[in-house]
Design a protein around this ligand. Sequence first.
Ligand SMILES: [Fe+2]
Length: 272
Amino acid sequence: MIIEKLSPHTGAEVRGVDLREKFDAAALNRAFVEHSVLVVRDQDLTAPQLLAAVQQFGAVLQQHNTKFALPECPPIHYISNQDQYPDGSRYIAGAGYHTDHSNAEAPPKATILCAVSLPDRGGDTQYVNMHEAYDSLDAATKARIEGRRAIHVYQSRYSARKLIALPDGAKVPDSVAHPLARTHPESGRKALYLNPIRTEGIVDMDDAEGLPLLDELLAHAVREKHQYRHKWQPGDVVMWDNRCLLHKANGDYDMSQLRYMYRVMLQGDAPR
Ligand SMILES: [Fe+2]
């Protein structure tokens, strides 16, 4: 197994592993915690094989919108650029920085995407390292957010991006407070925990103060020096750490080409 960094602070490429066979999950998890994004190259997995592989890293989390569940393997969902809003416009899942399912009391520690079909170019996934973002805050801002919690809902009224409707009768967690600065349960490092598509304010702070503060923290976080931009290759399985990253998809490619991935999430702890 070969592990090589993909940027100075975020991401590592893993080669020499076949996720269909027995592999050293503990070593991969150590690399995962160290690098936050693991890119396992050259895989050829069916959905059930992906499921079996990721279960070695933790319990699978039920994703919130079951509309995207694969009928033949429901714990695995799909992401496709062929999905549309009811008005016929194209839905690009994950456009705009966010962290997955932060409206859950215990959000997923990891999300895993498995490339099934990729456009010839474009469609990168961008990541922001929120440990770096936290560490580079000035002392006054760190003091200002210490002990503060933000309110996360399924879909923030302030979100620039609308989610696709849930199936009739579906219930998802709505309104939970999570710390703005959380401590990674495995590394002990602090990270900013923001989510512009799901955050509606800061607990016990007027919106007139809280909303601009959230905007300011986000603008600080997403600066290029905190980013790793992943260019997909056929066979990539990418696993990232939602506890210390933001991510977003890019809809910047030829939409006549299919971009289709399997997606699965692993259960995490309540942020603290
Ligand atoms: Fe996402």
